[in-house]
Design a protein around this ligand. Structure first.
Ligand code: GUN
Length: 297
């Protein structure tokens, strides 16, 4: 068997186009331009790349982008003050504080300080709780993107066994909630799970979000499984060309066993920012009491 490749790049482009169309309608009907503020603290190179891509794609979707860069040694009070200003700014509908934050800052306190109605990351405890009780408002972007890719592949997930590897607040836990809402039987595996290959082997759906290059081997997979690889790991390339990106799944092996798989790059990654734009559009629509068009509901 050779698995079908799930084209996240194409799916993300299609979603961005739907979001851009709806943003343009919102502007025409209400005179409101959805605005996203992104806060970057410090100079982590990977975060800088993400933030630059977010700003470019926000503008490309016809939305306003507000970028705030603070030095790595910024006092927590300065960051909290900025969050308070963004909460109060009517031009800002969505706020994202890029993680990780430097160690002198209590990241949980910062996330709690963001107005839940502007929390397009879906990390505020109110939004985490709403997702857990089946009334999602803002769903974290990476698991939302995974869920959209999965559902495009297989619209009815009811009864399937999904194994989520990783229990982070950003991916693993919200992913498990989304799969439960789709009536999957969900197992969350993590670094202390005993005999991980035996657990993964039972899965109809595998979501790998551990940040360990190639950890999930082909012979762990049940033939015909759908594999969603969230890992983005930079490793040294065999050639002199520098680094290359690989996922958490051994792609070449999995290709021989799975029914469908997301590649890295070009799978989950592009969907994350597209979902951030979708959440920003939703935030602006709710703030304006504008009914979202069917295409972005
Ligand atoms: N760092 C890695 N992923 C994310 C994300 O989805 N949101 C934020 N704010 N920071 C991140």
């Amino acid at each position: 068997m050779t698995a079908l490749l799930i084209d996240g790049k194409a799916a993300a482009q299609a979603l961005r186009e739907r979001v851009a169309r709806a943003a343009s309608e919102l502007r025409q009907e209400r005179g409101v331009t959805p605005g996203l503020a992104v806060v970057l603290v410090g100079d982590d190179p990977a975060s800088q790349v993400y933030v630059r891509n977010k700003a470019r794609q926000t503008l490309d979707a016809g939305m306003a982008s507000f970028e705030h860069r603070l030095p790595a040694d910024v006092p927590a009070t300065t960051l909290m003050q900025l969050v308070a200003e963004l909460n109060a700014d009517p031009a800002v509908h969505g706020i994202l504080v890029q993680l990780p934050l430097p160690s002198q800052i209590d990241a949980e306190a910062v996330l709690r300080a963001i107005d839940p109605a502007k929390d397009v990351d879906g990390f505020h405890p109110i939004n985490v709780g709403l997702l857990a009780v089946g009334q999602p408002r803002f769903v974290p972007c990476t698991p939302l993107g995974c869920s959209l890719l999965l559902k495009a592949q297989r619209p009815d997930l009811a009864g399937l066994h999904a194994v989520v590897i990783g229990r982070s607040n950003i991916v693993g836990k919200p992913m498990a909630q989304l799969l439960l809402a789709e009536h999957c039987t969900v197992t969350i595996a993590h670094s202390k799970t005993r005999d991980l290959p035996a657990v993964v082997c039972q899965a109809d759906i595998v979501i790998a979000a551990v940040g360990r290059p190639g950890m999930v081997r082909g012979n762990w997979l049940r033939p015909g499984a759908i594999v969603i690889d969230v890992g983005i790991n930079r490793i040294a390339a065999d050639t002199a060309s520098g680094n290359r990106l690989v996922g958490d799944v051994n792609f070449d092996e999995a290709l021989q066993v799975a029914a469908a798989i997301t590649p890295v790059p070009g799978g989950v990654g592009p969907m994350t920012i597209a979902c951030l734009l979708l959440n920003t559009l939703r935030a602006a629509a709710w703030a304006t009491q504008w009914a979202l068009p069917e295409a972005v509901r």
